[in-house]
Design a protein around this ligand. Sequence first.
Ligand code: SGN
Length: 463
Amino acid sequence: MRYFQACFLAIALLANAAAMAAESARRPNLIVLMTDDQRFDSSQAYGAPPMPTPAQDRLGREGAVFRNSFCTTALCAPSRATLLTGQYSSTHGVLNHAKTSDLRADAPFMPELLRQAGYQVVFAGKSHLPSALRNRTWDYITGYIGQGDYHNPMLFEGVSDPPVRCQGYVDDIMTDRVLGWMDRRDAGKPFALFLWLKAPHAPREAPARHANLFTTLDLPLPTTWSDDPLQTWDKPAAFLESDNRIADQQALAEMRRSYWRCLVQVDENIGRLLDRLDRDGLADNSLVMHTSDNGFLLGEFNRFDKRVMHEPSIRIPLLMRWPARIPAGTVVQQMVANVDFAPTLIEAAGLPPDQRMQGHSMLPILTGRQDNWRDELFYEFYDKTGAHKVPYTRGVRTARWKLIEYPETTPVQRELYDLAGDPQERNNRITDPELDDTRRDLMRRLQRLVTTGGARVLAPWRD
Ligand code: SGN
């Protein structure tokens, strides 16, 4: 009898182990492609940039295009940290680009949660965190400290060796290294791969093969370009006095040329990765997402850069393909934020939600399982001493309205836009008596988000 019981137990254990192995084999690979300062409308999947973008278009066509995707702070390091933790900047602790501004020890670190669940985890490229993520455990990590260089960059591999000078173009090398790792990976385990490219961040240098592109590019001026930008727009001093004005049309033309030139290789490198997934038969059960850390003003209101809460700065591209779960051609209209990305990856990996994360998995809205999605988006910005002198900013955006405030100004300066009638945010209606109720409602929402929204907001609430 004992003998039969033992046999039965052994068979049950084996069956269980086999089921677990099959389950883990089915878990999707997770591939997170990120660029730096890539505008929402810079691929054909969203807009009409001056070059073809076949790889990004393919992701959108074969998966989902999120039409309303936003960052919760438009700055590189805090935004990247939000993707990695599912938390707001003021909660995970990366507020700006100060050398001391790194993740709080108690912040959830999504790649580590995946690693503990059996994923191979790989990071390649720009993190912009002071640690360069070398204080974490990876199956493979390569990248650089801070902004890095485009040409012949100093790159590290592993967590302890010092960076060494490498020949070539940074985003090409990072992609090569990721493809090289794919040759060596353990095919019995799923992987989570973060390939975070440098382009099109300033000082925008394209690879030599594209150096002469767009020399004669002649684009119309942005519709909010003005010959007298300080008088034209009814915006508060906090916005007008930021140091982000483009000198003249010639400077704008040069900025646009270098910006678009830099993005051509981004699509090429994404294409190389997608081709490899095809070749290795991995495409069907891999979730591939492509996004950017923030958007970029490219001449709107005669300005450049990100940081501000206006649409070109906070809107980010988000394409997501996972043929096994997401129907091709899906278009998502709901407002999603980068605080939702980590919870989404965690759910896709089959893990329970991490209660410390402040966003929500987007899988239910992708598969039509959920109607009651967020109807407001919280924004915060804390790099007031960094480049361009943009003051502390916070605000709330709904599908129709946007309230922006600069909490350290006295009296508090604010902007209010009706995005339905004024998507370009030309008319600041903060003092419009017709919108008294709307303004009060948005102020209440913002106060609730600031005081109870879970973010450890730095500037207190003031009426
Ligand atoms: C950094 C900033 C850019 C900024 C340039 C130039 N990037 O590269 O936003 O335009 O400096 O600044 S950041 O995301 O790392 O902050 S300037 O002050 O010299 O014009």
